[in-house]
Each structure stands twice: as structure tokens, then as C-alpha cells.
Write a protein that binds this ligand. Structure first.
Ligand code: PEP
Ligand code: MN
Length: 360
């Protein structure tokens, strides 16, 4: 699959002067709920109304969606509000039903993108459709798997493609429900600049209070749009209650977001930007050089330990270094989380160097 401008035609054709907004409840619950939310979103920046009707839940027995019945409610949303509608599909039967009901856009969930068999099944069922299909990232941070999934859909003749970045599962608890791993999204954009990339701050944060900051970060990184779960009574939602916002809050978020353009022709702007970029390039080279030096020292230590037959890992010393670096980092405006991550990576590389020397 090669980058191809046609992939974003469906988005460009909307002619929006703001990022694409997809909003609506995590789950369709009742006909009344779906229509009430849709009416509250109708005169906003929302282009596509979302509602999940087949819900992939972690445990059996949780609310698993209303099923095909919800497609009729989405059709009603179209008739009554004029908004386009979308839902998640997770197998060939879902695709068939959604297309039969003229759902305007389909998305594939994170738990489906991980499975090449499911992706192929969905791709075959979608063959040749002109509806846009958005592929969420897989639950694990594997760019190749995400791209492979997109490629399966693209190869079955789906021209209108997009991707949704919804963050990645981790064992360790962080402030995110699914950590964003922004680097991976940036790499995605570098490889496929013309695949529309939508951010899903709802599933990244898991908390409505954090939706604004993550949305802003996404727009600053040139994302093409946002998918935000919206419910008139978020606390009593049947799924993902903690992360949904009211239509009112959604509108406020759209007002507060700073929408920065991808570039600007103003000379001053370009000059300053180029200067700052050049500075970054210089510092990056210095970082590499210094890391190289650090590893040379590690090699020396490896050689020394070899003569004395001492173990590579000296836990006490390592914890001392980490503690010092966290304090040092704070003084330079670097977060503890970043320092720990960075030094763990540096340390691992040091260990690899020493191992190589000690084991020949
Ligand atoms: C959803 O959008 O409601 C959903 C189930 O998302 P994800 O696939 O990202 O978990
Ligand atoms: Mn959800």
C-alpha cells in the first residue's frame, strides 16, 4: 500500500473549516436516548453521529449493545437531523447489516484490528464499498499491525480510508486509560500523510476531565479530527460512563480548542520556525554523540567487571543514578515519567554493551 491522495477525498469533500468531529454516545441504549443526543448535536460542528450497537466488552454479562435494532435508530437520526451516522463493525455480518441500512461510515475497533483473520473477513465483506472506513489502532502499540489492517481494507477496493488513534493498553496503570504513544502516531503520519488521522481522546483518557488537553495535543500534532463520546447523561451511560461528555461540554471544547494551521506563509513565522528546528537538529546530534560516549564508558566498565568476574547489574548504584536524574530533570522542566523512561532505555543499552564485552 502506498500513500495516495485519494484516500482523503471523502474528508476533503466535506469542505470543513475546522477539524472533523465525530460525536455521539459510546453505546446506543434506547431509541429515545439516541435521538435526544442527536438532536442536541445537530447544529454543532459534528459531521458524523456515532453510536456503538455491537459493543466489544471486556467481560461477558456487561451490556453488549442493542444489536441490529440500533441501525433503525441511526436511520432515524439521519432522517430527523440530516447528520451522517456511523457505527463499529466487528465481523462480516455486521458489515452486511450496516451497509444494508445505509450507515454512512463504518469504523473497526481496536480489538478487531489486532486480528488479521477478522480484518480479512471484514475487508472481504466491505469489498468495493464507497463508504469511508476508519480503522482504530490495535490495542497493542504495533504500527505494522495497524498498517497491515488498513492495507487489507484498502486492498479490497475501499478507497475512502481513515485511521483512529485511540491509544494503547498497558499493564502498568498510568493517568491514561490507553496511553497515547504519540511517537507512533507521528510515525504513522510520516508514512501515510494522506490517510486522515482522527484522535479519540475518550478512549485514550478514560476521563472526561482530560479530553480537552488530549484533543489540543492531537490538533497540535496535525490530526485531522476528533471522535468524542457524548451523552446527555454521561454518569448514567450504560458503557464508558466516566469518559463521556455532554453535548454542551463538547461544544465548549470545540470553542476552546486552538486550531492551528499546518503552515503559514508569513515570513517571520517561517524564519523563527526554521531557526528553532535547526536548534533542535543540533541538540539531537549532540544527544547522540553524548550517548555514544556514555556507551564507551560502559564498555570500559564491562571490561573491568570481566577481569573481576563481577555481575553486570549493580542494583544499588542504578537506583542512586535514577533518583539523582529525576531531581536533576525536574530542575530542567523534565517530567519524572520521561526521565524514568529515558534512563531505563539508556541503562538497558549500557547493559547490552557490557554483556557483549563480558560474554565476548
Ligand atoms: C468505542 O469506540 O466505543 C470502542 C469500543 O472503542 P475501542 O475499539 O477504541 O475500544
Ligand atoms: Mn466507548
Amino acid at each position: 500500500m502506498e500513500n495516495n491522495k485519494e484516500m482523503r477525498a471523502w474528508l476533503d469533500d466535506l469542505n470543513l473549516n475546522h477539524p472533523l468531529v465525530i460525536a455521539g454516545p459510546c453505546s446506543a441504549e434506547t431509541e429515545e436516548q439516541v435521538l435526544k443526543i442527536a438532536h442536541e448535536l445537530k447544529d454543532t460542528d459534528v459531521s458524523y453521529f456515532r453510536a456503538g450497537i455491537w459493543k466489544p466488552r471486556t467481560r461477558p454479562g456487561m451490556f453488549e449493545g442493542v444489536g441490529a435494532l440500533g441501525l433503525k435508530w441511526l436511520q432515524k437520526v439521519k432522517e430527523e437531523t440530516g447528520m451522517k451516522v456511523c457505527t463499529e463493525v466487528a465481523n462480516a455480518a455486521h458489515v452486511k447489516l450496516a451497509l444494508e441500512h445505509d450507515i454512512d461510515l463504518l469504523w473497526i475497533g481496536a480489538r478487531s484490528t489486532v486480528s488479521p483473520f477478522i480484518m480479512q473477513e471484514i475487508a472481504d465483506a466491505l469489498e468495493g464499498t464507497d463508504k469511508p472506513v476508519l480503522i482504530k489502532n490495535p490495542v497493542n502499540p504495533d504500527l505494522a499491525l495497524w498498517l497491515g489492517g488498513i492495507e487489507r481494507i484498502y486492498k479490497s477496493g475501499v478507497q475512502n480510508i481513515g485511521a483512529i488513534h485511540r491509544g494503547f493498553s498497558t499493564y502498568a496503570k498510568t493517568k491514561f486509560r490507553n496511553t497515547p504513544e504519540w511517537q507512533l502516531a507521528i510515525e504513522f503520519q510520516n508514512k501515510f500523510p494522506d490517510i486522515p488521522l482522527i484522535n479519540d481522546p475518550s478512549h485514550i483518557t478514560g476521563k472526561r476531565d482530560m479530553i480537552m488537553e488530549v484533543s489540543q495535543e492531537a490538533l497540535d500534532l496535525n490530526f485531522d479530527g476528533l471522535m468524542i463520546e457524548t451523552h446527555y447523561d454521561p454518569e448514567n451511560a450504560w458503557s464508558d460512563a466516566a469518559q463521556q461528555v455532554t453535548p454542551e461540554t463538547l461544544v465548549q471544547i470545540m470553542v476552546d480548542l486552538k486550531i492551528r494551521k499546518e503552515g503559514s506563509s508569513e515570513e517571520d513565522y517561517n524564519k523563527t520556525l526554521n531557526t528553532l528546528r535547526a536548534q533542535i537538529d543540533v541538540v539531537d546530534n549532540q544527544i547522540i554523540e553524548l550517548l555514544g560516549k556514555r556507551m564507551e564508558a560502559a564498555d570500559g566498565i564491562g571490561a573491568l567487571k570481566k577481569t573481576k568476574n563481577v555481575a553486570v547489574l549493580q542494583n544499588k548504584r542504578w537506583n542512586e543514578i535514577l533518583g539523582k536524574m529525576v531531581i536533576e530533570g525536574e530542575q530542567h522542566g523534565l517530567s519524572e515519567e520521561f526521565i524514568l523512561r529515558m534512563f531505563k532505555a539508556v541503562h538497558q543499552e549500557s547493559i547490552n554493551h557490557q554483556e557483549k564485552i563480558i560474554n565476548g
